[in-house]
Design a protein around this ligand. Structure first.
Ligand SMILES: Cc1cn([C@H]2C[C@H](O)[C@@H](COP(=O)(O)OP(=O)(O)O[C@H]3O[C@H](C)C(=O)[C@H](O)[C@H]3O)O2)c(=O)[nH]c1=O
Length: 183
């Protein structure tokens, strides 16, 4: 397993080892002990799985506010996505900075996004699925969102306007957003 810390402190790119043979491959997608040995000791309590049927679907940018803030360990089980994290911890030296990476079934990469970050992604192929672990349970009363196109993110170009949920289309822009997180 290769673990790299990204330019946003606390955001890690993880590439589990794949054991290939004539049947295909095997990989440990998460192992608490192996991750802790590499400095990632986040405890997860919920696993999520979403399918986006269209290329150019954007889900995000979302967060859960304290006391139910979530760290997430995100991987792409089918297809390809551009996954993004944005630092929204007031007082952070990287406040408002974003990090994006392509996650795919092919590259098997995962991204660890700490509490205090927005998370979102754009699908780059139809039928893309993400599977991601969360460090706290779903708490709709703490759910929050910022408009996907208001943080200066260099999203990949797709051939049409993004497919968005009503919630995401109506989310506030970053400049009008009052973060609940303190660095
Ligand atoms: C997140 C969540 C949702 N739901 C229910 C609530 C809705 O009835 C339905 C769809 O929820 P939503 O439209 O919020 O799903 P996404 O737009 O994929 O939201 C997620 O997408 C971004 C990328 C994230 O990082 C978050 O985990 C999450 O906000 O699932 C649950 O029952 N449990 C949950 O943990």
């Amino acid at each position: 397993m290769v673990v790299e810390e990204m330019n946003l402190s606390g955001v890690f790119l993880i590439t589990p080892k794949r054991f290939g043979d004539e049947r295909g491959f095997f990989a440990e997608s998460w192992n608490m002990r192996s991750f802790a040995e590499r400095g990632i000791d986040t405890e997860f309590v919920q696993d999520n799985h979403s399918l986006s049927t269209s290329e150019g679907t954007v889900r995000g940018l979302h967060f859960q506010a304290p006391p139910h803030a979530q760290a997430k360990l995100v991987r792409c089980g089918r297809g390809r996505i551009f996954d993004v994290a944005v630092d929204i911890r007031r007082g952070s030296p990287t406040y408002g900075k974003w990090y994006g990476v392509e996650l795919s079934f092919e590259n098997g990469k995962q991204v660890l996004i700490p509490e205090g970050f927005l998370h979102g992604f754009m699908t780059l192929e139809p039928g893309s699925e993400i599977i991601y672990k969360c460090s706290d349970y779903y708490a709709p009363e703490c759910d929050g969102a910022v408009r996907w196109d208001s943080c200066g993110i260099d999203w990949p170009l797709v051939s049409h306007d993004p497919v968005l949920s009503g919630k995401d289309a109506a989310a506030p822009v970053f400049s009008e957003f009052d973060t609940p997180f303190q660095y």
